[in-house]
Design a protein around this ligand. Structure first.
Ligand code: XIL
Length: 318
């Protein structure tokens, strides 16, 4: 079972994102989520995002976020918490408000205070800031960038530290795995936070990857080390590896397994790589087909909860 193997191999956990609705309606789905030998860590797929927790200003709801937090509590699994400051799934009262630095600082502080205090003591790590770099390698445009420039990077981490001093504070993004312009900009982001004297403990590599286009184990490890050499932990936080076209040929299933092994293997190769999280574990509920139409089958269990070649491949590298 993957978490048991991962822990024996020196990682802190092997984990999964939890779909809030599937976990309540599909008992076969829930049974595997609740198996700590398989998944030693969980993260809410949507329930802790701003649109879920503060849909209108000052009105906080934790019903959805608590689903996964309670699963973690019952099973003794690590909880990764996701996410505080993000341009997406951000309610329009924030994204379309007309803010000054002072008023948006206060909005961020109220949000971060309420959400972090609600989950205090429960989160192994918090994704404080999500996807602040664009794919081009520019800063991601958002209401936060427009009001603060890059000052909202250290601001977010300082506020997070203030309201939960004991959790690991992460920057989290995708396509950092390719070690290109976007990766360079994420390095700059970490430097900006550190130079401002703000706390950052880790960088999350989402790893929404594509079968046949996943970097080699050695290249992935090199990229992870660019960050760990700055004194932060790293983790794979949202791993899935999608087929570019469906149905996948049998050779593509083998390639997918090798790609999974390269990602997990690279985490084993890097001292401060703490763990690997898949973004859901079954093709039955993956976000991929609706977001990247025509692609999919990106996970390690099929739609009938059968283990795929990718599962076997991960288990043998661990
Ligand atoms: C995705 C969820 O899986 C979907 O259910 C939702 O509709 C959109 O967001 N990067 C992230 C995750 O940090 O929060 C996103 O999750 C996937 C990309």
């Amino acid at each position: 079972q993957l978490n048991d193997l991962a822990v024996r191999a020196g990682l802190l956990y092997f984990g999964t994102a939890v779909g809030e609705s599937a976990s309540g309606s599909d008992s076969a789905y829930a049974a595997i989520v609740n198996n700590k030998s398989e998944f030693g860590q969980v993260v809410p797929e949507n329930g802790q995002k701003w649109d879920a927790t503060e849909p209108s200003q000052g009105r906080f709801t934790f019903t959805s976020g608590d689903i996964t937090a309670n699963i973690a509590k019952r099973n003794g699994q690590y909880l990764r918490c996701h996410t505080l400051v993000w341009h997406s799934q951000l309610p329009s009262w924030v994204s379309s408000g007309s803010w000054t630095r002072a008023s948006l600082t206060s909005v961020m502080e109220v949000h971060i205070e309420n959400v972090m205090k609600h989950y205090i003591g429960q989160c192994y790590a918090w994704d404080v800031l999500n996807e602040a770099v664009a794919d081009s390698g520019a800063w991601r445009d958002s209401v936060f960038l427009q009001v603060f420039g890059t000052d909202y990077f250290p601001l977010s981490f300082n506020l997070a530290k203030k309201y939960d001093p004991d959790t690991k504070l992460y920057y989290n993004d995708y396509n950092l795995e390719y070690n290109g312009a976007k990766t360079n900009k994420a390095i700059e982001l970490v430097q900006i936070i550190q130079n401002a004297g703000a706390p950052i403990d880790g960088v999350g590599f989402q790893a929404h990857l594509i079968v046949g286009s996943t970097p080699s184990r050695a290249n992935l490890a090199t990229t992870l080390r660019r960050f760990t050499s700055m004194g932060v932990d790293v983790a794979y936080t949202e791993l899935d590896i999608r087929h570019g076209s469906l149905p996948a040929a049998s050779s593509a299933l083998v390639t997918q397994g090798n790609d999974y092994a390269n990602v997990v293997g690279s985490c084993l190769d890097v001292d401060r790589c703490v763990g690997v999280t898949v973004w859901g574990y079954t093709d039955k509920y993956s976000w991929i087909p609706s977001t990247f139409p025509g692609t999919g089958d990106a996970l390690i269990y099929d739609s009938n909860f059968q283990k795929k070649a990718a599962w076997t491949s991960v288990s043998s590298v661990l």
